[in-house]
Design a protein around this ligand. Structure first.
Ligand SMILES: Cc1ncc(COP(=O)(O)O)c(C=O)c1O
Length: 426
């Protein structure tokens, strides 16, 4: 049969991926070909609400016209120079992004994992050069249940067997404490070689674990009392997702990105990715003040694509959209409404035991074991009813729509979820 005669339905594309791609993912059986705002369409033309947002990369919605225009215009002008030369786009982006988040300096990278690696290297170098730590002794504290990406160093301090097994030998220099455990942090901080605390303000991948309200502020206090850097990985939680610009802003009452910079728990190193580009392009960044960032000198760290002109323009547009469209306030308001509605549904069913989260980063906990297929099967039913979500760690379903969603749309989604749960049979 020739190419043209092949019926190019979903199964065709699923088979192609299965045959020719590495099996490092287990996607829901849906093949998407188009996205706009909160919606995506499959190759059969069926329309869905996207309730994953590419793991919170698409906060600004699919194919946002302003972000796309920036991407296209820059791609047609100058796409890549490498950092061997200056270009007329990177500097303006660096000024913009550092002012936006209130830091002196930015180090641009591409993916979240690269930015985490950058933060680790920066923290270590700072410890050796500014903090008198002896060579190879620096230790960074991480949390159990963490997810910071997939590189060899990062999986070395993961406790997810699936992410870690048979990828050794592992990188040393990390100590792991339970999440949300201030006493444990205090204890390990007594060791003078402990020079940083790398933490997700909400553990997204692990299943949207929200720590105590004061955890972040107290953790930062301990870091500063012990000459450690407080490193916030906001790759998933940052950029309006949790109802504040950054999840470390916690319940800060400011409504936009202005006074926030004076009041929030400012990390010593901030790691951003995903929604920094509105999902249009891989853009990540590490932000820090000069007294930390200055330890990195020419030739000591970098990336061919990091801070390329397209990335720079796209990131500015993506951050503009967050402010112009009030995505922080929208995520906060509709997040509250969503959890309220989920709690109403939970009252009526034994299938879901809990909803948790902040802003529009939420998860429901299914009343079954993590090994069971129940959450997966529920996601398949949600898909059939027009809403795409995916389980994380077995019996937890993350629910994270683009932040441009409206009240009317979120109530329609609640109705889909309610119907699916009420009709679901194990
Ligand atoms: C908190 C956190 N850090 C880092 C990463 C890694 O980002 P990337 O997949 O872009 O490497 C992720 C991805 O989900 C994440 O959630």
């Amino acid at each position: 049969m020739s190419e043209i005669e092949v019926l190019k339905n979903s199964q065709y594309y699923i088979d192609l991926e299965n045959q020719h791609g590495a099996h490092n993912y287990h996607p829901l059986p849906v093949v998407l070909e188009k996205g706009e705002g909160v919606y995506v369409w499959d190759v059969e033309g069926k329309k869905y609400y996207d309730f994953l947002s590419a793991y919170s990369a698409v906060n600004q919605g699919h194919s946002h016209p302003k972000i796309l225009a920036a991407l296209i215009a820059q791609a047609q002008t100058l796409a890549l120079t490498s950092r061997a030369f200056y270009n007329n786009v990177l500097g303006p982006y660096e000024k913009y992004v550092t002012e936006y988040f209130g830091f002196d300096k930015v180090l641009p990278m591409n993916t979240g994992a690269e930015a985490v690696e950058t933060a680790i290297k920066l923290c270590r170098k700072w410890a050796y050069e500014k903090n008198g730590i002896e060579e190879n002794e620096a230790t960074i504290v991480v949390c159990k249940g963490n997810f910071h990406g997939r590189t060899t160093t990062i999986i070395s301090f993961s406790d997810d067997d699936n992410a870690r097994d048979n990828f050794g030998p592992y990188t040393g220099g990390f100590v792991s404490i339970p999440y949300n455990d201030i006493k444990a942090l205090e204890e390990v901080a007594k060791d003078k070689n402990v020079i940083g605390f790398l933490v997700e303000p909400i553990q997204g991948e692990a299943g949207v674990y929200t720590p105590d309200e004061d955890f972040i502020a107290k953790a930062q206090e301990i870091c500063h009392a012990n000459n450690m850097l407080f490193i916030a990985d906001e790759v998933q939680t940052g950029i309006a997702r949790t109802g504040s610009l950054l999840a470390v802003c916690g319940n800060c009452s400011c409504e936009n990105q202005c006074e926030r910079q004076l009041t929030y728990t400012k990390p010593d190193i901030l790691i951003l990715g995903k929604a920094l580009s509105g999902g249009a392009y891989p853009v990540s960044a590490v932000l820090a003040d000069e007294h930390i960032m200055e330890v990195i000198k020419p030739g000591q760290h970098g990336s061919t694509f990091g801070g390329n002109p397209i990335a720079a323009k796209v990131a500015v547009a993506a951050l503009d959209v967050v402010a112009e469209e009030n995505l922080i306030q929208n995520a906060r308001r509709l997040g509250n409404l969503f959890r309220q509605e989920m709690n109403r549904i939970i009252e009526k069913t034994d299938l879901v035991v809990k909803v948790r989260g902040k802003g529009l980063l939420n998860a429901i906990i299914i009343n079954d074991t993590p090994e069971s297929e129940t959450a997966w099967n529920l996601c398949v039913k949600l898909k059939e009813n027009g809403l795409l979500a995916k389980p994380t760690h077995g019996n937890i379903i993350r629910l994270a729509p683009p932040l441009v969603i409206t009240e009317e749309q979120i109530l329609e989604c609640v109705a889909i979820i309610e119907k699916t749960i009420m009709e679901f049979k194990k």
